[in-house]
Design a protein around this ligand. Structure first.
Ligand SMILES: [Zn+2]
Length: 257
């Protein structure tokens, strides 16, 4: 989507303001793979690659794409959602209508997020959603503050600057998208995550050999997963990563006692 100058400025100001800090360090360092929206291939192909790597991913589902076909790309169906959760992956919450926060009032945005949570609840009653991803990565300060009360972490799309910690109101995530090939030095970032025992998050959409600019190729994802494994990172969903960080903190407290 194209932004007006005013929207661009609002987004830039809202995205750089720190509103919190969480220590991400764990014993081994972590990689989280996140799929947004999500096209079926994120599960049918991406899920297979995750299983090969022995990892769990997070799928930021947006209800508007349910059973849909956009530009020839099929999106998730009910059984995909049930199957991926049964396989140990996590569902995260996008908004239902997938509108940018720059085009929605806070009230409308929160309603769309709740509608999405209700939609997920209709597929999987009682499912606990722990994180949110902002559509297009756009953020506003009020939205960051309001949603932090609802979710443990809110994911953006800024290339990670520090992997040792993150802002829970706007966590960085590198784009593993075809249009951004060559922008991020993934092996370097993965090695840095291993050195810092930190947390690296990446995002994409579909996983296909005929990618849209927003998808990734299977070989590319496979390369990242194998690099993370050889550097000793654990590959966990966002919720799994948060649990691992919490366990690391309580271990430290235990030792201090
Ligand atoms: Zn999205």
């Amino acid at each position: 989507m194209s932004l007006t100058i005013r929207q661009r400025l609002a987004y830039r100001a809202a995205s750089v303001l720190p509103l919190g800090h969480h220590d991400a360090r764990t014993e081994r360092g972590l990689l989280s793979v996140t799929f947004d929206d999500f096209p079926r291939s994120a599960w049918t192909v991406g899920g297979e690659l995750m299983a090969e790597a022995g990892g769990q991913a997070t799928y930021y589902l947006s209800g508007t794409f349910h059973n849909s076909n956009v530009d020839g790309v099929p999106y998730f169906r009910d059984d995909d959602v049930a199957q991926l959760v049964a396989a140990g992956h996590e569902l995260g919450c996008h908004s239902f209508d997938h509108r940018s926060v720059l085009e929605s009032s806070l009230g409308n945005y929160l309603r769309s997020v709740e509608k999405n949570a209700e939609f997920i609840g209709s597929l999987l009653p009682g499912y606990c959603l722990r994180s949110h991803a902002f559509p297009y990565g756009h953020v506003r300060i009020a939205h960051r503050i309001a949603l932090r009360r609802r979710f443990e972490v809110l994911r953006g799309i800024h290339t990670p600057r520090s992997v040792a910690g993150f802002d829970p109101t706007h966590a960085d995530a590198g784009g593993l998208e075809d249009r951004r090939q060559g922008e991020i030095d993934w092996p370097r970032l993965i090695a840095e995550t291993a050195r810092a025992h930190g947390w690296l998050v990446l995002f994409t959409h579909g996983v296909t050999d005929r990618p849209s600019p927003y998808d990734t190729r299977p070989l590319e994802l496979k390369r990242i997963l194998s690099c993370a494994k050889s550097e000793g990172l654990d590959i966990l969903s966002v919720g799994g990563a948060l649990d691992r960080m919490r366990a690391a903190r309580s271990g430290e407290l235990g030792r201090a006692d």
